[in-house]
Design a protein around this ligand. Structure first.
Ligand code: PLP
Length: 395
């Protein structure tokens, strides 16, 4: 016999993957240029030049045994030091290499944090709409995911619901801003209120409540929007970062966990992070990409291309009568479906070769996610299809 829980996870494809596979089949049938696939969050903008240049240089000049060898489990010391110094300079905090743990991307950062913190009966709170894998990571760590319903008007936090869901079992709160799938960036006011509520709850229940900030889209923001750095607002913070989106390297699997030095007994918590990484079998993050991350630490892909896509798509959709909060970051639009069943809406969209993702798994039935990390040309060609889809409902 084997684990039915793991069988369930492995045998059922995510909705996004189902749509992606359908898209591949359809592209083979009618030609890729005729299918408007908005399903995946795979960056469409190439990595900045420094990525390939640094990789070539490292391969040419560095000792191959060291370059491809194991690093220490928490990551190469100099890499962690460089990244810590960069974070300090950007956000005015005081981290050292000892606060950083290199990971294979934000997915690993999150699952390690959940495993490091989780005790029986613990609850982790997150806010709808949320990245669907949170449920997998929290439940795999033996805890329960509690979801605060969405504020459909703004997709900022509904604080009354949040307050009502905190209890003595609350171990941590997971937030994600800029958000997948809404594209919303939590305002400073939202962050301040969130942190005040958490401090009150810590006092009331007499134990630490951790804040896990999932930040793969930190740099992907538009119109000079600022993304508050959570460690400056709340002591018991973990930042789960990834280079998947900022450097367009999702397949290379590189990111980190930063443990705040203001967290009570942070050295022990950091040791628990190292222990969780060990228990989950993450021997170390890829050696060459750790070094690459340190050397391209202040670079990003060309974010302007995503902004151009956002403006084009948002402008078109609003004109055709779709309702949507204007995204300030990430590369997703979260649009109200034109009928209550988002699955049925996505099925109708397929008639026009539009591949969209129903919001149900993100904790938001009645909405659909459109990933605009695609070529601008695809958006231009897809706009008439979006218009025809809207007209079908407006008849
Ligand atoms: N968190 C969010 C909100 C995401 O959208 C993603 C990926 O799309 C991840 C985490 C996982 O990112 P990574 O590729 O770094 O594991």
């Amino acid at each position: 016999m084997f684990s039915q829980e793991m069988y369930g996870l492995g045998s059922k494809r995510s909705v996004i993957r189902e749509i992606f596979e359908y898209g591949n089949k359809r592209k083979a049938e009618i030609g890729a240029e005729n299918v408007f696939d908005f399903s995946l969050g795979n960056p469409s903008v190439p990595a900045p030049d420094c990525v390939n240049e640094t990789l070539c240089e490292m391969l040419r000049t560095e000792n191959s045994v060291a370059l491809h060898g194991y690093t220490s489990a928490q990551g190469d010391f100099n890499v962690r030091k460089t990244i810590a110094e960069y974070i300090n300079k950007q956000y005015g905090v005081h981290l050292t290499a000892e606060n950083l743990y290199m990971t294979v991307g934000a997915a690993a950062s999150l699952s390690i944090c959940c495993r490091a913190l989780s005790l029986p009966e613990d609850e982790f709170i997150t806010f709808a709409p949320f990245f669907t894998e949170y449920r997998v990571f929290v439940e795999a760590a033996g805890s329960k995911l509690v979801v605060v319903p969405a504020n459909h008007e703004t997709f900022q936090i509904d604080f009354d619901s949040f307050r009502s869901l905190i209890n003595e079992h609350t171990k941590a709160v997971i937030i994600n801003s800029p958000n997948n799938p809404s594209g919303v960036v939590y305002s400073e006011e939202t962050i301040v209120t969130l942190c005040d509520i958490l401090r009150e709850a810590e006092k009331k229940y007499g134990h630490v409540i951790y804040l896990i900030s999932d930040e793969p889209y930190r740099e992907i923001v538009y119109d000079d929007i600022k993304v508050p750095y959570l460690m400056n607002y709340y002591d018991d913070t973990f930042v789960c970062y990834s280079y998947s989106k900022s450097l367009s390297l999702p397949g290379e699997r590189i990111g980190y966990i930063a443990v705040s030095d203001k967290m009570e007994d942070w050295k022990s918590v950091y040791a628990a992070v190292c222990g969780a990484g060990r228990a989950l079998g993450y021997v170390c993050a890829p050696s060459m990409f750790q070094r690459l991350a340190a050397r391209c630490v202040d670079k990003t892909s060309d974010i302007n291309i995503y902004k151009k896509n956002r403006d084009l798509l948002y402008g078109g959709l609003v004109q055709y009568g779709y309702h949507c909060v204007k995204p300030e970051g990430a590369f997703y639009l979260f649009v109200e479906a034109m009928e209550s069943d988002a699955y049925a809406f996505c099925e109708k969209a397929k008639k026009y070769e539009l591949l969209l993702v129903p919001g149900d798994d993100f904790g938001c039935p009645g909405f659909v996610r459109i990933s605009y990390c695609v070529s601008t040309e695809q958006i231009e060609r897809a706009l008439p299809a979006f218009e025809k889809l809207a007209k079908e409902y407006q008849k």
